[in-house]
Design a protein around this ligand. Structure first.
Ligand code: NAD
Ligand code: UD1
Length: 344
């Protein structure tokens, strides 16, 4: 189905984007990546080509910014584009509180420019990176797509506003088919250990932090609160292997013809794990004791966030299959082989 079809992947040099490009190349897509490399390395693109084998020649990298129409036009004219997967944007909650306009410019402004370019080049199929963050403080768990939305920080609001904007665009003219993929907590790396997450500075997220403790870059993990109303007192999340997530994008492109307008779809496992569950799995995968210190709660953290993934199964025929143990083992392989990420 994907033979001779071309997908433009914005932000394709990043963590989720690089894994998705590999899955799409393996599925026979021709891939054009547009990335300004502000939070990524071109080495990731080279490694995706290498991992894809002969299909690697079907990947073209364009360095450019989604906020610039001319850069988008360059990417759209590499080959006739059939569909777009839009990852490009900023994703750190704290940074978004400090620099809200910068976030609105990148995430909302970048998406406006992208949609204009899609109209210019007559492309109407779009897969968008949304986030479980749009549910804010969860109304209930598991979260299904009918749950109340309401973000609690500027980053989350950019995702929510983009979702609304995409619904407006889809309603304004027939032909748009848009998947709003709401990711839960992507972790792990490709099992080769060649591509993975490469955070700049001190990681905010649990898994990269744990792995940097295990590799000796940090002393201990601070558990942000152990007095939540959960069985072990630490918050519960829905951790999802990044390769499962990448496959979710392939499924969305394969099944885009069943979408009418803009449709929200949770991508999660449906299984919740506490911080201490993840620590135990990381200890087992790494053989490192991973010392802990318990600190105060992190502002804005909910006790439990996990997905009802039924819509993804029904609509996209997609299910996550990889376990927490595999997520940790694969993240660890990447971390060990690349202790400083793509920087050497
Ligand atoms: P990432 O930072 O690794 O990838 C984003 C990529 O976009 C980077 O390669 C960066 O260089 C590029 N980029 C940023 N601004 C750009 C611009 N203006 N023009 C062109 N390229 C630009 O992040 P990721 O974890 O791979 O996340 C990808 C998407 O998924 C983001 O939209 C993020 O908000 C969303 N998301 C991520 C998570 C997560 O936990 N990682 C969870 C939910 C949603
Ligand atoms: C965070 C973001 C969310 C984003 C998601 C992407 C916040 C408030 N939310 O969510 O917008 O979509 O990442 O995956 O930043 N933890 C520790 N110690 C640490 C780091 C984390 O105990 O050093 C705990 C946190 O309190 C949380 C859990 O680990 O309970 C997971 O944290 P994290 O990986 O940051 O993900 P989220 O909080 O779900």
């Amino acid at each position: 189905m994907s033979d001779d079809r071309t997908v433009l992947v914005t932000g394709g040099a990043g963590y989720i984007g690089s894994h998705t490009c590999l899955v799409l190349l393996e599925a026979g897509w021709t891939v054009v990546v547009l990335d300004n490399l502000e939070n990524a390395s071109e080495v990731a693109v080279d490694r995706v080509r290498e991992l894809a084998g002969p299909a690697g020649t079907n990947l073209t990298f364009v360095r450019g910014d989604v906020r610039h129409g001319a850069d988008l036009d360059r990417a759209f004219t590499v080959a006739p584009v059939d569909a777009v997967v839009h990852f490009a944007g900023r994703k750190a909650v704290g940074e978004s509180v400090e620099h809200p306009l910068w976030y609105y410019d990148h995430n909302v402004g970048g998406t406006v420019r992208l949609l204009e370019a899609m109209q210019r080049h007559d492309v109407r199929d779009l897969v968008f990176s949304s986030s479980a963050t749009v549910y804010g403080e969860p109304e209930r768990v598991p979260l299904d797509e009918h749950c109340r939305t309401g973000a609690t920080n500027p980053y989350g609001r950019t995702k929510l506003f983009i979702e609304e904007m995409l619904r407006d665009v889809a309603a304004s003219e027939p032909g748009w088919r848009i998947a709003l993929l709401r990711y839960f907590n992507p972790v792990g790396a490709h099992p080769s250990g060649r591509i993975g997450e490469d955070p700049v500075g001190i990681p905010n997220n649990l898994m990269p932090y744990l792995m940097q403790v295990a590799v000796g870059r940090r002393e201990h993990l601070t558990v942000h609160g152990d007095d939540y109303p959960t069985p072990d007192g630490t918050p519960i999340r829905d951790y999802l292997h990044v390769v499962d997530l990448a496959e979710g994008h392939r499924a969305a492109l394969d099944r885009i013809d069943v979408l009418e307008g803009a449709v929200a779809v949770n991508l999660g496992t449906g299984v919740g794990s506490s911080v201490l569950d993840v620590v135990a799995a990381a200890r087992a995968a790494t053989g490192h004791p991973i010392p802990l210190a318990v600190g105060p709660r992190r502002p804005g953290d909910a006790a439990e966030v996990w997905a009802d993934p039924t819509v993804a199964a029904d609509l996209l025929a997609w299910r996550a299959t990889r376990t927490l143990a595999e997520m940790c083992a694969d993240h660890w392989r990447w971390q060990q082989a690349n202790p400083s990420g793509y920087r050497g």
